[in-house]
Design a protein around this ligand. Sequence first.
Ligand SMILES: [Zn+2]
Ligand SMILES: [Zn+2]
Length: 579
Amino acid sequence: MATRNQEVARLLEHIADLLEIKGEQAFRVNAYRAAARRIEGLQQDVEDLFLEHHLRTIPGVGEALEQKIGEYLATGQLEYYERLKREFPPGLVALLAVPGLGPRKARAIYDHLGVANLEQLERALEEGRVRDLPGMGEKTEQNLLRELHRLKQRTTRQSLGLALPLAEDLVALLARQAPVERVSYAGSLRRARETIGDLDLLASGRDPEAIAEAFVGLPMVVEVLSRGPARCSVLAPGGQQVDLRIVDRASWGAALQYFTGSKAHNVRLRELAVRRGWKLNEYGLFDEQSGKRLDDGDEASIYHCLGLSWIPPELREDEGEIEAARVGALPHLVELADIQGDLHTHTDWTDGAHSLEEMAEAARARGYAYLAVTDHSKSLGVARGLNAARLMEQRRLVDRLNHTLAPFRVLLGTEMDIKRDGGLDFDDATLERLDYVSASIHSGMSQGEAQMTERILRALRNPHVAVLNHPRGRLIQRREAYEVDLEAVIRTAAACGVALEVNGQPNRLDLDGHWARQAREAGVRLAINTDAHATSQLELMRYGVATARRGWVERKDVLNALPLDELLATLRRKRGAEC
Ligand SMILES: [Zn+2]
Ligand SMILES: [Zn+2]
C-alpha cells in the first residue's frame, strides 16, 4: 500500500511519543496514535485524500489533524513537529527506537540519569544504574540491554519505494541549492535492490565545503552524524542514514562506478585492470607504472578501457554481466517508455479508491494505449470481490467507455482467485466474456509445496488464464513467499503460454530479478504491472520495470510492451492453443 501512508503514520506516532514524554494528557496522545493506525491501514493513498479534500473522512481526523497532515504532505515538513522536537535533545527521541522502552520509561531515564542518546543508555544499563529507577528493576534492565544490542545489530533496511523518492528529492535539492557540477545517487539503490541500507550520494564541485554545508542544511536532515569536505553522514526521517561523498571532477566516473557496486562486480573489474598492469580504485583507473590516468572521468570510460561495454547498474552483481559485456552480448533492458499499458489494476467496484472511469483516464493521461481493469473475484470477500453478474455490469460500462476513449482501450479483466482446492472463481462461460484473465493466490498460503504447486499448475492450464499475478506471494520484510515449486510453475507457464507477473508494488516486487531471469530464460513472457488501487499508484510501474531489469528482461519479453493490436492477437492465440 501507499508508502506515503506509512510516512504520515510514522510522523503521527513520533508526535504521540514526544507528547507522551512531555507528559501530555492521554487522550491527546491517543488521538495521534489512533489516527496513525487508521492511516497506516487505509486502502487509499492519503495523498489522494488530501488532494481531494477528503482527509476528514478518515475516522479520528478532525480539523487540527487535517491541517497538520495537509501541511506535511504539501511541504514535506510540519512546523508543529519541528517545534516539538526542539524541546528535547535529539538523542532522547532516539531512545524510543529501543523496543520495550516506551515514552514513560524513556522520560524517567532521561530525567533521573541525564541519559540522552543510545550510547549513554547502553553505559547506564551496563553499570546497573537503570534498575533502581521507579518501575524498572533488574529484569527490565536486562531486557532493555538485550533489545539495545539487537537494535545495534539490525541494519534497518528501507524499501526501494521509500528510498528512491528520498534519494531523488535529495539529488534535486542538491542540484538546485549546492554548487555541484555533478550529483547522483549510487549504491544498491542505483542497482535497484529491493531494500536499501544506507543511502549513498555522490557529488563533485569546486567548493566541497560549500557543498557539505548545503547538504547538512537540507530540510529533510534530522540529525548530522558527521561532516567534512569529503564526506558527510546525516539521518533523514525514519532514521534513514544518508552518506554524501564529495569527489574531484576527475574522479567522478571512478567514484560512481566504485560506490554503485556490487562488491562482487567491482572485484572482477579490479582483476581485469590488474591483469593489464593497471590499478582501479574509487579515484580512477591508472597505469601502475607511470601513474597516468587512463579514464576520462566518466563512468562509461572505465568499462570501455577494460574492454567492456558499459553495464547498466541493475546487472552489476557478477552474474554473467561481465562476460556478456566483453562480447557485446548484454541484453537491451526494458525501459519504462516501452510499457504500453498496465494489466493489473483495481477500482472502487472492489477495494480500489477510484472509479473505473478515473483509472482509465489516468492511464490514458500517462500515455498508455490500454489498461486492464482487474478487480477481485467473489472469493476474496475482504475486497468485496465481484460475482459474475457484477462483472457483466462492468462489461457494459467498459464497452460504453471504450466508445468515448478510443483509440485508448479498457480491457475488462479479472484478478481471479485460485481457490484452495485449485478450482477457479469463474466458469469458462463467464471467462469467455472477458478480454483479459489473470489469476492469483490470496488464500491458503500455508499449504505445503506439493499442494500449492498443483493448485497453481491447474490454474495455468486453463486456456483463458493469460497471467499469473505475484507468483510467489511474498510481502517484503513482512511475509515469506509461500512454498511452491517455482521451476515447475515456470515450465508449465512456458508450455501453456502463460505470462508471469513482475508486480511493481514496492512491498511485493514479485517476481524478483532472480526469478524473472529464470522465467525469461525458459521462454516465459513477463507482465510488468502495478496492482494499482488508486490512480497515483500507476506511478509504481517504475519499480516493476527496475526489478525486471535486474532480471535481464528485454522489451520483447514483456507482454504489456506489445502494442494493443499485438496484445489482443497474442491473448486470442493463447486462448485457442492446446496446453
Ligand atoms: Zn492480488
Ligand atoms: Zn491486485
